[in-house]
Design a protein around this ligand. Structure first.
Ligand SMILES: C[S@@+](CC[C@H](N)C(=O)[O-])C[C@H]1O[C@@H](n2cnc3c(N)ncnc32)[C@H](O)[C@@H]1O
Length: 510
């Protein structure tokens, strides 16, 4: 079963991996004392970059930085190169190269990204990935490595074992994928009835795999190599290559106070930070990590540095479920586009989230966010509550730890309303012109588009107003929507603007 060739046969869906964005990596590194490079002027290497769906958008939006991506799959590199050529980007190079081959000619990097690579390659390649990080990270550099974790991955391995057995004997990747779907279809309902204690887990697995992209199912469940490991073993492997663990992008996994009461009691006596994280992995049965590493010689703080936190900027794609009451400490929820809910109680935190929600995709520095929140609270509550900066800091840090609010180092204000004659960024238009149904937002998220949305976005060249756009779209819409074409177009334009897909004024940091 040729694992490596299979990426040419079944390319990986190559989209922005939000958590690998260098703004976030820079911020998290600084939070733990690593003097990270300015993401607006840095050098980035991605190992296993596939079609460059992660790297090219970063290169587009960070013209002052330089990017190199390596991948073993010739077809994926060629597909990525088509987008690079269409955009005429000079700050990104996609290379068809095995990571086992020399990479020292490429020079040092401030950030090295390896997402979806480490657990899925044989041990010598794993060692080489870490070696590249150790040898080619510049001082203050951060490497991001994602990997499958034990003990949690054992639950996924049950389904993987069954799918591998069911597809044994088939060699064609497309046939193997088809057989795997057939298995899910035919055995899914029976597993839920018959699997005893495991029934719940397997039913959830079947549901999860049926909605996941086929390339994910293939490369996670049907490939030869997938080696989950314990946190302690990963950290030891990194240390052998001269790397030190900094943190995970899922910061809450490092913070005992995010456990329940019994969990907190279980880890309370563990003084060593890494042993404590391993224990927390056991409690949560973690199955995936997105770990940040730096040079072994760089000191790393045990807990987030609050002064460094006050030096960061923040953005959040949130919406509130009900009208927010700044006069009370009653918990009220904010939701993300994927439906995650975060309930907050302190009026300052509520006000800050209101500000972030209505100004997304803009980011604001800590002082600016606190000032904006305090002004709102002073108006609707009282001066004492507005002055409670320590409570604000703690709640904001928790929201960052849970991923509700994203950290960055650069405060950037974007216009949040479409222009009269809207113009989409060249990146989005080029992605659509090349047939993509997913474009990269300015905040490095994957925006999936249906056919009318893709068509509208493709029309946004700055020459058409809403009237002209409505006319162009009308014949493309189903009859029942044609009457409401104008409202529909307008709504889509606001959605595009919120994702930062439209060119607009970039004001000075606020
Ligand atoms: C699961 S995909 C992940 C792609 C991308 N990083 C992402 O997360 O969307 C793994 C990628 O690593 C590449 N790869 C595997 N072994 C490699 C090697 N030895 N050298 C370079 N690339 C490799 C594959 O071709 C594939 O594109």
């Amino acid at each position: 079963m040729p694992t490596l060739d299979s990426y040419d046969a079944i390319p990986y869906e190559s989209v922005p991996i939000t958590e690998t964005h260098v703004e976030g990596l820079a911020a998290l590194g600084r939070l733990f004392g690593v003097p990270t490079a300015d993401p607006q002027r840095c050098r980035v290497l991605e190992l296993g970059c596939a079609e460059g769906g992660n790297l090219i958008p970063m290169a587009f939006y960070l013209p002052g930085s330089r990017f190199v991506g390596l991948d073993l799959s010739k077809g994926q590199i060629a597909a990525g190169q088509r987008l690079v050529d269409a955009l005429g980007l000079a700050n990104v190079a996609l290379l068809h190269r095995d990571v086992m081959h020399p990479t020292y000619d490429l020079g040092p990097f401030d950030y090295i990204i390896a997402h979806g690579l480490y657990s899925w390659v044989p041990a010598p390649v794993q060692a080489r990935v870490l070696e590249i990080c150790a040898r080619q990270l510049a001082p203050g550099g951060i490497a991001y490595v994602s990997w499958n974790a034990l003990p949690g991955w054992h639950t996924r391995a049950v389904m993987r074992d069954m799918l591998l057995a069911h597809t044994r004997g088939l060699t064609d990747p497309a046939e193997r994928l088809q057989a795997a779907y057939q298995f899910l279809e035919e055995y899914g309902p029976g597993l839920a009835e018959e699997a005893g204690d495991l029934a719940g887990i397997l039913a959830a697995e079947v549901a999860y795999l049926r909605q996941a992209p086929p390339s994910y199912l293939y490369h996670e469940y049907l490939v030869e190599t997938n080696t989950p490991q314990l946190f302690g073993d990963f950290v030891a492997q990194a240390a052998r290559q001269g790397l030190r663990y900094v943190a995970d992008v899922d910061l809450y996994t490092l913070m005992p106070h995010t456990l329940g009461r019994a969990g907190q009691a279980a880890v309370a006596g563990i003084k060593d930070r890494l042993a404590r994280i391993q224990a927390m992995d056991f409690l949560r049965a973690r199955r995936f990590h997105r770990s940040l590493l730096t040079h072994a010689a760089t000191p790393v703080m045990d807990a987030p540095d609050l002064d460094a936190f006050r030096g960061l900027a923040f953005h959040a794609d949130l919406a509130s479920e009900a009208e927010i009451d700044l006069g009370s400490t009653e918990r009220q929820a904010f939701t993300t586009p994927t439906g995650a809910r975060y309930a907050v109680a302190h009026p300052l935190t509520k006000a800050a989230l209101m500000w972030l929600a209505s100004n997304y995709p803009s980011s604001v520095d800590y002082a600016g966010l606190y000032t904006a929140a305090a002004e709102l609270v002073a108006e609707y509550a009282d001066a004492d509550t507005a002055g409670d900066e320590p409570a604000f800091l703690q709640e904001l840090l928790d929201l960052v730890a849970w991923g509700a609010v994203k950290p960055a180092v650069t405060a950037q204000a974007y216009s949040v309303a479409p222009d009269e004659r809207p113009r989409a960024h060249a990146l989005a238009r080029a992605q659509i012109a090349l047939g993509a149904d997913c474009v990269a937002s300015i905040r490095h998220t994957a925006v999936h588009l249906d056919a009318p949305a893709a068509r509208l976005l493709g029309l946004l060249d700055g020459r058409h107003d809403l009237e002209a756009l409505t006319q162009a779209m009308q014949p493309l819409l189903p009859v029942e929507y044609a009457q409401a074409a104008r409202e529909g177009c307008e709504r889509m334009l606001w959605t595009f603007a919120r994702q930062g897909l439209l060119t607009g004024t970039v004001e000075s940091p606020g």
